[in-house]
Design a protein around this ligand. Structure first.
Ligand SMILES: [Ca+2]
Ligand SMILES: [Ca+2]
Length: 569
């Protein structure tokens, strides 16, 4: 099948390019719209027939000329593309990418650190999504807004009723981040998000300590990234019942309309305790406890509170090992249901081992499939934690974790090497951009340990994909780039009467999972192109905390590495 496709491909190359030339002009040359990192690899993609390229200065001097590689066909976007590699050019400045003999030309920048502003904005987006909390003008500028959803009166739903807390009991559960474009709060998704934010701090502590994010806690003695993360961690603690079990979510019965948070007043409930939510909670709290023990002066008692919460949730799970989430019939908000919780058991098992020497989940290590992290597939999070805790895991199990981790990341590298577009993605789930970001995260972790630049370069290509080097031509981060989402599926951005979207959010990105969200709008049937910048398109243009967190990690990791390279020059 593949061979046939290739032969066919060669035959139609010229025809294809002629056809393609009728398409959108600006998208024939794809470059990262935030700029290339001066000290790192630089690949532009070309979708118009040419043999060579020039990089020229603004006054039209040729700086570099090179041969285009390819063309190669990408089945996910149905396009023929050529790669232009000019990694040798390392001088910051304004340039033009030019295809000789054609009118094709596109301006771009090379900068020492084009990812630092994205890293900051990606964290700041969480501040903009704080629940029960205002965005003040001194921190939010035009995006100031009133507080919404105080969540001091939250009802125990009948699915969550227990002896101590019967149906209708009122609990207080303020704070935390709105999960996505909606105003609800979900423990499963908060777990991986909070963990990923803590991981960024853990891997790049000096970097994040030096970042001023202009949030209310800036200028206190904690890194702003930690301050922002604590805003959600503290909310998570309120979601634990007195028996140790953890509620799945805090939600209205149905999604609220597109109104500002301060104008949304529907009753809120906590819903069914279950094993997946409790395991994610235990894992996150155990991990947080370890990190917070480094801040015992600034945050007295918090590491201990997280440790106790983790142990209580873990013990509840051992008594209730297989309770899956079942969406009650009167609830229609996000389900985050997960039919396979072996990976949640693995992640929590590793975290508990590191926390207090609990039994390592070695049988799961042998049998689980390890994949790019997602809210419902968290096995790799356990591997990541294991990698950074060699002293707390038996040597043979630690070695096995290393093997499994690097086998998977090397598979990603091989995929990218063979791919027409220089990324590792070969499946297109809802939130495909977060899969790219999470693959970049895995590669940067591999690079941190092994210092092999193949991981770093592949992660840079992932970052550049998110910033515009992708078949849609969009820089998927709001507020960045010349072609950027303007109509994200985000209740605040859709109702604040400001033209620009709230900045720093990663749009979910192309996929063909759902087509019913915007029935009147045509979308490509090709998964890597199937994206529309429309408010209605919750399947391609929503934002979510678990999508932004790996962007925080990846952009911060590359920004940090760019700084290191500059200092060692
Ligand atoms: Ca701070
Ligand atoms: Ca799972």
């Amino acid at each position: 099948m593949m061979k046939k496709l290739c032969i066919f491909g060669v035959l139609i190359t010229n025809l294809f390019f002629k056809t393609f030339a009728g398409n959108d002009q600006e998208d024939r040359i794809l470059l990262p719209q935030n700029g290339f990192v001066a000290g790192l690899n630089k690949i532009a993609m070309v979708r118009t027939p040419a043999d060579s390229f020039y990089i020229t200065s603004p006054d039209n001097h040729i700086i570099i000329r090179g041969k285009l590689q390819g063309p190669a066909y990408w089945p996910y976007s149905g396009d023929w593309v050529q790669k232009a590699d000019f990694s040798a050019l390392k001088t910051p400045g304004e340039y033009y990418f030019t295809l000789p003999g054609t009118k094709e030309q596109r301006q771009f920048r090379i900068q020492d650190d084009p990812c630092g502003n994205i890293a900051n904005a990606a964290v700041k987006a969480f501040y903009y999504n704080r629940c029960s909390y205002p965005v003040l003008p001194e921190y939010g500028g035009v995006f100031q807004r009133g507080a919404g959803h105080p969540d001091k009166v939250v009802y125990v739903h009948k699915s969550a009723a227990s002896e101590n807390r019967p149906e209708g009991t009122v609990i207080s559960s303020p704070g935390g981040w709105y999960d996505a474009g909606d105003y609800n709060k979900y423990i499963v998704n908060s777990g991986i998000t909070t963990y990923t934010m803590l991981l960024a701090l853990e891997y790049f502590p000096s970097y994040w300590k030096s970042r001023n994010l202009a949030i209310p806690e800036s200028g206190n003695n904690l890194p702003d990234l930690l301050d922002e993360t604590l805003f959600n961690l503290r909310w998570m603690l309120t979601m634990q019942d007195s028996d140790g079990g953890v509620y799945h979510k805090l939600t209205t019965l149905n999604f609220e309309p597109f109104v500002m948070p301060a104008d949304a007043h529907e009753k809120r409930y906590v819903i069914q305790k279950n094993t997946a939510a409790s395991l994610d909670f235990a894992a996150t709290m155990a991990h947080a406890s370890g990190i917070l023990s480094n801040f015992s002066t600034e945050l007295p008692g918090l590491a201990d509170s997280c440790r106790k919460a983790a142990v209580a949730a873990w013990n509840w799970c051992k008594k209730n090992p297989g309770i899956l989430y079942r969406q009650p019939p009167d609830i229609s908000t996000g389900a985050y249901g997960d039919g396979d919780i072996r990976d949640e058991w693995f992640w929590a098992g590793v975290e508990m081992t590191v926390l207090n020497g609990s039994a390592f989940p070695d049988s799961l290590l042998k049998t689980l499939q390890f994949q790019t992290p997602s809210w419902g597939g968290v096995a790799s999070l356990g591997l990541i934690t294991a990698l950074n805790n060699s002293g707390k895991i038996k040597p043979e199990l630690y070695a096995r974790c290393q093997t499994v981790f690097y086998t998977y990341v090397d598979q990603l590298i091989n995929l990218a090497d063979r791919s027409a577009w220089p990324v590792s993605l070969d499946y297109w789930a809802w939130g495909s951009n977060s899969d790219i970001a999470n693959q970049g995260l895995l590669k940067m972790i591999a690079y941190t340990f092994r210092k092999d630049v193949k991981y770093l370069h592949a992660a840079v290509n992932d970052m550049n994909y998110l910033a515009g080097v992708n078949p849609t031509g969009y820089c998927f981060i709001t507020g960045f780039g010349e072609k950027s989402p303007m109509n994200i599926h985000h209740r605040v951005s859709g109702s604040d009467k400001i033209n620009d979207p709230v900045p720093g959010f990663l749009a979910g990105g192309p996929n063909t999972v759902v087509f019913s969200d915007c029935p009147d709008i045509k979308r490509s049937l090709l998964p890597a192109l199937s994206y529309v910048d429309e408010l209605c398109s919750y399947s391609t243009n929503e934002i979510a905390i678990n999508w932004n967190a790996p962007l925080v990690f990846l952009a911060g990791a590359i920004s940090y590495t760019a700084g290191q390279l500059k200092n060692t020059k």
